[in-house]
Design a protein around this ligand. Sequence first.
Ligand code: ADP
Length: 193
Amino acid sequence: MKYYILFGPPGAGKGTHAGAIAQKYDLKHISTGELLRAEIAAGTELGMQAKSLIDAGSFVPDSVVEGMIVSAFDTIKDVDGFLLDGFPRNLSQAKDLDEILAKRGDKVTAVVALMIDDDLIRQRIAHRAAIEGRADDASEETITNRIKTYHAQTEPLIEYYRSAGKYYEADVNGWDLDTNRAKVLGVMEKINQ
Ligand code: ADP
């Protein structure tokens, strides 16, 4: 099994480009954010606990997202691999993922990072808010919190994966979707050549 991590700040377009990558490389796209929103929509206990954290722009506990990831790895078999979107999001999740995969005799294949400048994050999220209506995209305070948390907790993963020789980056600062998609797929090609 291949294990790709689709990395990047909130609003970089991970969800937008995941489908094309997953289709081309026969991967199952797993977005922890989407899984959590599905739990909220279904009104589960887990969803109810996660909702206030997500709406505030805070992380849900590592154990919760890791449980969802392990259960996906356990149940989905009919693909060449996984495309993880929104996970790992901090150093302890990254280390836990290494352990989870080591137990299965596997390892992270590569990290595909979608990078945009800070001033674009807010513009992208504002654009998405109008389309998707996510509660955590609607509040300035929540967005500010997510950007801060990205820099403090998620960004250090760049160095973690770079030093492991697994880090690849696509600059998606432009607004043209097709151009960005081509860049992201270009990175996947480079990894797979
Ligand atoms: P975005 O890429 O815009 O941040 P996501 O859909 O990836 O959106 O995540 C939405 C929210 O779900 C996050 O702000 C966080 O509250 C929660 N979440 C998603 N993935 C994780 C994770 N790996 N660890 C902790 N919380 C998470």
